[in-house]
Ligand binder design. Structure first.
Ligand code: SAH
Ligand code: SF4
Length: 346
């Protein structure tokens, strides 16, 4: 059975018309989908007979929660979701003092990119997710939040998988999230993170979606980056920064460079200067912002640098004219921090 989230609006209308139902039911159903309703049965403004047919022929969601964990920080929550074929993915809710509810979603079960520090990479790629499976993670959290009258306000594509390695479903899911008749989440509140799939970055720039792009750089040179990120063998740092510059030129949007701090690998002050020089060779420093992420426990035995060393690295970037923020990712006690999502697959 297909999940309703995998039907386009046109397909849903065709499905309804084929069963003698009015087309306007499509808009009604799509509204319910995005607003956190929990089943076909609960849609009391849909005639009971139609609800029964819907439930017999379509699935309300493509993801089924099987376990949830809440962090001791009192905010972060992680859910293990089972897909129809038995594969599993993880998704994280990161509320922030009642001001915002950010959701971190996966685009693949596992990941093929094999970054040395990442637990998802260690799994290898199990399979790509469909657009419905991607947005159903947002629907899962929306349903949980709607009980208290809250909404998902921000979405980050930083869960399991490489979004640009599952390009079409990722873009389709972005359009669904931004669609005002569906989720209506402003693209400015949506962030896609990529390890640097250069050809797809160019494609994304041409989609006309004013989302935020985050690029996982993690090293100022091919020497350092090539050791920890296999994709660097395909597209080196110069090609990657050139693609970033093209993205900025085309979209007029700034780019976030993510930089995971690994003690003794990429955290020396001269490497900060090297990083700023790399960016300056390709674009305006003001078009970039660096997010420094102390490495979370994971594969490879990497360690976090001492706090003062991380602060010195951030200061060196700032001195070189590159804005930088040191971020501690939350939810590590439940392994919900960046790069910690991993599922034992059957
Ligand atoms: N595949 C995409 C998005 C998912 S990973 C990408 O790589 O960008 C989201 C972020 O978590 C990336 O910046 C990634 O490099 C980072 N990350 C992976 N493992 C990590 C770890 N052990 N500690 C901190 N950040 C990590
Ligand atoms: Fe994949 Fe991103 Fe993890 Fe690299 S960091 S293995 S691209 S999920």
């Amino acid at each position: 059975m297909r999940p309703i989230s995998d039907l386009t609006e046109a397909e849903l209308i065709a499905w309804l018309v084929a069963r003698g139902e009015p087309r306007y039911r499509a808009a009604q159903l799509r509204r319910h989908m995005a607003r956190g309703a929990s089943s076909f049965e609960s849609l009391t403004d849909i005639p009971q007979e139609l609800r029964r047919t819907l439930a017999a022929e379509l699935r309300w969601s493509s993801v089924e929660p099987v376990a949830e964990a809440a962090s001791a920080d009192g905010e972060t929550r992680k859910v293990l979701l089972r897909l129809a074929d038995g594969k599993s993915i993880e998704s994280v809710l990161m509320p922030h003092h009642g001001e915002r509810n950010a959701v971190c979603i996966s685009t693949q079960a596992g990941c093929a990119m094999g970054c040395a520090f990442c637990a998802t990479g260690e799994m290898g790629l199990q399979r790509n997710l469909t657009a419905g499976e991607i947005v159903d993670q947002v629907r899962h959290w929306q349903a949980a939040l709607s009980a208290s009258g809250e909404r998902v306000s921000h979405v980050v594509y930083m869960g399991m998988g490489e979004p640009l390695h599952n390009y079409e479903p990722t873009v389709a899911s972005l359009r669904m999230l931004a669609d005002r008749t569906l989720f209506g989440i402003s693209p400015r509140r949506i962030t896609v993170s990529t390890c640097g799939v250069v050809n797809r970055m160019d494609a994304l720039a041409a989609e006309g979606l004013p989302i935020n792009l985050a690029v996982s750089l993690h090293g100022p040179s091919d020497g350092v980056r090539g050791e920890i990120m296999p994709i660097n063998r395909k597209w080196g740092v110069e090609e990657l920064l050139a693609a970033c510059a093209r993205y900025v030129a085309r979209t007029k949007r700034r780019i976030t460079l993510e930089y995971v701090l690994l003690a003794g690998v990429n955290d020396a002050e001269p490497q900060a200067t090297e990083l700023a020089a790399l960016v300056a060779r390709h674009g305006r420093l003001a078009d970039f912002h660096v997010n420094l992420i102390p490495v979370n426990a994971g594969p490879g035995g990497f360690r976090r640098p001492k706090a003062e060393r991380m602060e010195r690295f951030a200061a060196a970037l700032e001195e070189a004219g590159l804005a930088a923020t040191l971020r501690i990712s939350k939810g590590q006690d439940i392994l919900a921090g960046c790069g910690q999502l991993k599922v034992e697959q059957r």
